[in-house]
Design a protein around this ligand. Structure first.
Ligand code: 13P
Ligand code: 13P
Ligand code: MG
Ligand code: MG
Length: 383
């Protein structure tokens, strides 16, 4: 069995929240290389998207292994020291605690892990998003594993014809449900159409029971109880044979769907598929973007990466994303470009309401008490 662990964190941006400084990647690589030499890791690749560092690791120690997670934590800490020395923006942003306690889950970083029996040939794609949130994968995962207009194999390949099982998490209540496509497709959509609450955590082949995809569902604000960053998500998807073909897995990203997480974590924007070279965000700190790195796994070694969106086939998606970005930007501070009150990462509204409380009146002109005015405020997780 081989485990693929993708662990990511924003440990400081260069410049602002736009990109990752190469010295951070180098610091992380040194720790990863130490882990490989010590035999903790079989292989690793240090990647990035926007201002997030993504550690892609293979090993034989299973999911949630303390040594592997400890190594990732150490890599982020070493890189944070570098980020602090360069005064990069938000150095150590996603490391919520000072001391590592066995598992990075709940400590800030995002995690996607799967333990698999390596097939005769094992193509995988690692997706890394920036300026977005874990719910961003709901739509593409549905298209890949349940939509016959996306994935021809669901209709014409005997190995895919039984469909896939979706593991959906209610991230507010910490509950999960397993639903089968195609029979329960409408139930699946009723949940995942609300990506702020329900995330597809994993997908399984119904023919073999094997895991097909896994995503990170960590929510920093739920962990920390306040705004600390934006949970830019990752996912791992296995391809070919009993799983969708590489091209079927990439196909949903030709449509730059709207996701939350743009500018100050408080705006909706189109998710743009980009190459590593274009992974740095720019316009209005975005638009939100996704990088796809392909690997063949060979006895646990990562043969790659291949930069899958570095291809003219995605030019039109990028163009459409720019058009949608223009359209959304013209709403300025209005919804649905700006997120609804409960979902904004931060806001001035409580302060404004407090300041103007004495001027808030009933429609008959009676002035409300400050208490009444504050009670009328929407519920928000803000400092
Ligand atoms: P596999 O059945 O070998 O995964 O090939 C599918 C394919 O032909 C890709 O287009
Ligand atoms: P990150 O979560 O990628 O650090 O982005 C912060 C932000 O809100 C930029 O506008
Ligand atoms: Mg940042
Ligand atoms: Mg980021």
């Amino acid at each position: 069995m081989v485990t693929i662990s993708v662990i990511k964190a924003d440990i400081g941006g260069w410049v602002g929240h736009s990109g990752v400084h190469p010295d951070l990647l180098e610091a992380a690589r040194e720790v990863m290389e130490k882990g490989r030499k010590q035999g903790v890791l079989l292989d690793y690749h240090v990647a990035y998207c926007g201002d997030d560092v993504n550690l892609i690791m293979t090993h034989t120690r299973g999911n949630e292994d303390p040594e592997v997670h400890g190594l990732a934590w150490e890599a982020f800490q070493k890189a944070t020291e570098v980020a602090k020395s360069l005064k990069l923006y938000g150095a150590g942003q996603d490391l919520l605690v000072d001391a590592f306690s066995g598992n990075v889950r709940g400590m800030g970083p995002g995690v996607a892990e799967m333990t698999i029996e390596e097939r005769k040939s094992e193509p995988i794609i690692v997706f890394m998003g920036d300026k977005t949130s874990p719910g961003a994968w709901n739509l593409p995962l549905f298209r890949i594993f349940a939509d016959p207009f996306n994935t021809a194999g669901l209709v014409i390949a005997p190995s895919l014809h039984k469909g896939f099982r979706f593991e959906i998490h209610d991230i507010q209540e910490s509950k999960r449900i397993f639903l089968d496509a195609p029979e329960e497709m409408y139930d699946i959509l009723a949940f995942i159409g609300a990506p702020e609450r329900y995330n597809i955590k994993a997908v399984y082949s119904r023919a073999t029971g094997e895991i097909a995809a896994v995503s990170s569902t960590e929510r920093l604000s739920l962990v920390a109880g306040r705004y600390v960053g934006k949970d830019d998500p990752v996912m791992i998807v296995r391809c070919q044979s009993q799983f969708p073909a590489v091209g079927e897995v990439l196909e949903p990203f030709t449509f730059p769907h709207l996701v939350p997480g743009w500018m100050r974590g408080s705006h909706m924007g189109p998710i743009m598929p980009v190459s590593l070279e274009q992974a740095r965000t720019a316009r209005f700190d975005g638009p939100p973007r996704v990088v796809a790195l392909g690997f063949q796994i060979s006895d646990g070694r990562l043969i790659g990466p291949v930069d899958m969106f570095d291809n003219p086939a995605f030019d039109e998606a990028r163009r459409m994303a720019n058009q949608v970005a223009d359209y959304m930007r013209r709403h300025g501070p209005f919804e649905p470009h700006r997120l609804p009150l409960e979902e904004m990462e931060y806001t001035t509204l409580p302060d404004i309401l407090k300041r103007l409380a004495s001027r808030m009146e009933d429609l008959d002109g009676r002035t409300a008490t400050t208490e009444e005015a504050l009670r009328a405020m929407p519920e928000m997780d803000v400092d």
